[in-house]
Design a protein around this ligand. Structure first.
Ligand SMILES: C[S@@+](CC[C@H](N)C(=O)[O-])C[C@H]1O[C@@H](n2cnc3c(N)ncnc32)[C@H](O)[C@@H]1O
Length: 231
């Protein structure tokens, strides 16, 4: 698995300010892939695939793993935006869309497309930010609350099941934001690693200890949200 690109996303170092997001995302996708194991092989579409960092999690259960990206990308088989995917209706069993919705022009059209290309009973696995600093790829437009993201998914698309869950809690979000500025202040040098590691540990420990910090309640800050949507 280490040889496939994106190892730092599958197994992010705790010394990185993106650890809070990528660690939870990696664990969640591994659990999703485990859940699919034992069933029939699945056709997977990875939308906004980048380097397809999560391909290794699905490699042994996928009959096909197709990447699509909006920019020229040597790892993407298809070129196109999430708002107009160049694939047939209901043609994939699993559709990944990780850390893409915040970058696309029209999130409502994107969700309709994710729904259109997923077969009934298949699953869309999407993730996107609650709070995060500006990070264009190639643009950066949107952030959501858990309520807003649920509304985005239910407006204009029908699902038989929909779960929108915080990926981590308020302690983790605060740690991530502080860690981001520590990295900036220390010019992303190795000097940033110990304080970032400590902040990540502290944020996680706080969330673990105080249940309310893990809940999306008034006053909460959620770094990232995970969506399982079943047509
Ligand atoms: C932050 S990267 C995430 C890459 C990968 N999904 C991951 O989780 O590591 C955002 C990706 O979304 C792609 N992207 C941005 N806008 C898009 C759009 N409208 N349609 C499809 N892909 C888009 C970018 O080119 C980039 O590959």
């Amino acid at each position: 698995m280490g040889e496939w690109p994106g190892a730092e996303r599958r197994d992010p170092p705790k010394t990185s300010s993106t650890w809070v997001v990528r660690h939870a995302l990696s664990r969640w996708l591994q659990a999703q892939a485990r859940d699919l194991r034992g069933g029939a092989p699945v056709r997977v579409l990875d939308v906004g695939c980048g380097v397809k960092p999560y391909y290794p999690f699905f490699a042994d259960i996928a009959s096909e793993y197709v990447g699509v990206d909006v920019v020229e990308n040597p790892l993407a088989e298809l070129l196109g935006p999430v708002e107009a995917l160049p694939v047939e209706d209901a043609s994939f069993d699993v559709v990944l869309c990780t850390q893409v919705l915040e970058h696309c022009d029209d999130p409502a059209a994107a969700v309709r497309e994710l729904r259109r290309v997923t077969r009934p009973g298949g699953r869309v696995l999407a993730s996107t930010h609650g709070v995060q600093v500006y990070h264009p790829s190639p643009a950066d437009y949107w952030r959501w609350t858990h309520e807003g993201l649920r509304r985005l998914f239910t407006t204009g698309a029908d699902w038989t099941d929909l779960a929108v869950e915080p990926a981590a809690g308020t302690g983790s979000a605060l740690a991530m934001l502080l860690a981001t500025y520590v990295e900036i202040a220390l010019r992303r040098s190795v000097l940033a690693r110990p304080p970032v590691w400590a902040l990540n540990g502290l944020g996680t420990a706080l969330d673990r200890r105080v249940g309310l910090l893990r809940q999306p309640v008034p006053g909460s800050l959620i770094p990232n949200l995970h969506v399982v949507a079943i047509p």
